[in-house]
Design a protein around this ligand. Structure first.
Ligand code: T4K
Length: 371
């Protein structure tokens, strides 16, 4: 019997810069007495991020959800938006809270992203956009989705909450579609405590986003639209500036951890994991496995519970499926793959400070549970 972990091992831990470095940088906030509303650190961070993401246009927000909400509002969408049910509820909420109807499309088993071949039958005269999610940071089939969008004159907004730092064939993931949203929440590979950003093609959207995240205030004399407060603070920007220095190293560390997980699981037929295609620069932010109970005679939920006995706290991202929540029970959908995956997926612990020893122990414990 393998000993349980002494301290709880959570699905993720936030990457934090050295404490002293954070104290040093926030001294600049005290010096200026400027803590939010487009301060100097916000401006500096936005510029650094623009370079890192190789993006022409970027706007920071206080979190990813409000960034997505603003993206939807900025494009003045109407009617229906096609999206995936295999996502965090934020995606569907952002659509619904803008008075639009989410239309749920099934996913593919290969990467759990929206099935581009199932989108077209869902398009009708009410459809105004497609809102796919790069689930666990794996890029969707961007070229096919764009072809559909061009054919039917639809907007494309990518929920890239999981995809910070990801590139497809050498192009930054934020460069596709009309707008992409990144989340910098504490649980993400790159965090600004809470935080988010939009990258976008049309540089005229910059002014719109500045209105949308600041109550619609145009200037001292004019409030031009009704809008939210979604501004990033100087403290968040400080965290972002420091974490940006470490991001490449953190991704490298998570890559090594992923490889150890993969090599362990390649021996177990009932544990399904998806290899990273070679044309993708990946961020290794999540370690999802799918449990095929027909091969190992144990269900995902039992493994989830048994792991807790060893002090390992995994997550069933994304269970329940959005369409199986009470909030979306009024919407009809037929997404068998998404249902199948949602009932079998388990995200294992992975974060930059995790050790190879911890990964090996998690794998050994899983093997012991499967015996
Ligand atoms: N679109 C997608 C596809 C998303 O996944 C998300 C967010 C969004 C949009 C919206 O972006 P944001 O508005 O959040 O920027 C977490 C996150 O709160 C959420 O950001 C994330 N997706 C979602 C997938 O996961 P929970 O309910 O799992 O969070 P929580 O508090 O249970 O934390 C997860 C694990 O992390 C726990 O084991 C505890 C650990 N943890 C958490 C925090 C906050 C820490 O160790 N330290 C911490 O500070 O939702």
């Amino acid at each position: 019997m393998i000993e349980k972990f002494e301290k709880p091992l959570l699905v993720t831990e936030p990457s934090l810069p050295e404490y002293e470095l954070y104290i040093k940088i926030i001294k600049r906030i005290w010096d200026k007495k400027w803590i939010t509303n487009n301060g100097p650190l916000h401006i500096e961070f936005e510029e650094l991020l623009k370079n890192y993401l190789k993006s022409d246009n970027i706007t920071l927000f206080t979190n990813g959800h409000l960034a997505l909400d603003s993206a939807i509002r900025s494009l003045k969408l109407t009617g229906e938006v096609i999206t995936t049910p295999f996502t965090f509820v934020s995606t569907a909420h952002a659509i619904s809270m803008n008075g639009l109807t989410p239309v749920f499309c099934d996913i593919k088993m290969i990467d759990y992203n929206i099935d581009e071949d199932s989108i077209e039958p869902l398009i009708n005269e009410k459809t105004s956009a497609i809102l796919p999610v790069h689930v666990y940071g794996r890029p969707c089939n961007i070229s096919k989705i764009q072809r559909l969008a061009d054919k039917y004159n639809l907007k494309v907004i990518y929920d890239a909450a999981h995809a910070f730092g990801v590139e497809l064939d050498g192009t930054s993931i934020g460069d596709f579609g009309d707008i992409s949203m990144f989340s910098f929440h504490a649980t993400k590979i790159f965090n600004t405590i809470e935080g988010g950003a939009l990258t976008y093609k049309d540089n005229f959207l910059k002014d719109t986003f500045n209105l949308l995240k600041n109550f619609g205030i145009k200037n001292e004399d004019e409030v031009s639209i009704i809008a939210l407060n979604a501004k990033m603070s100087e403290f968040q920007a400080c965290m972002g500036i420091l974490n940006l220095n470490d991001i490449d190293n953190n991704i490298k560390k998570c890559k090594i951890l992923t490889e150890l997980y993969f090599s362990n699981f390649s021996e177990i037929p009932g544990i399904i994991f998806n290899q990273i295609p070679i044309n993708i620069k990946y961020n290794y932010a999540y370690m999802p496995i799918m449990i095929d109970e027909t091969k190992i005679c144990i269900k995902r939920d039992e493994i989830f519970e048994r792991l807790k006995e060893y002090n390992i706290f995994t997550r069933k991202y994304f269970y329940p499926l959005v369409t199986n929540t009470f909030a979306y029970s009024h919407i009809n959908s037929n997404t068998p793959n998404a249902t199948y995956v949602s009932n079998r997926i388990l995200c294992l612990p992975i974060f930059s400070d995790m050790t190879l020893h911890q990964v090996q122990k998690v794998c050994d414990i899983i093997k012991e549970i499967l015996k």
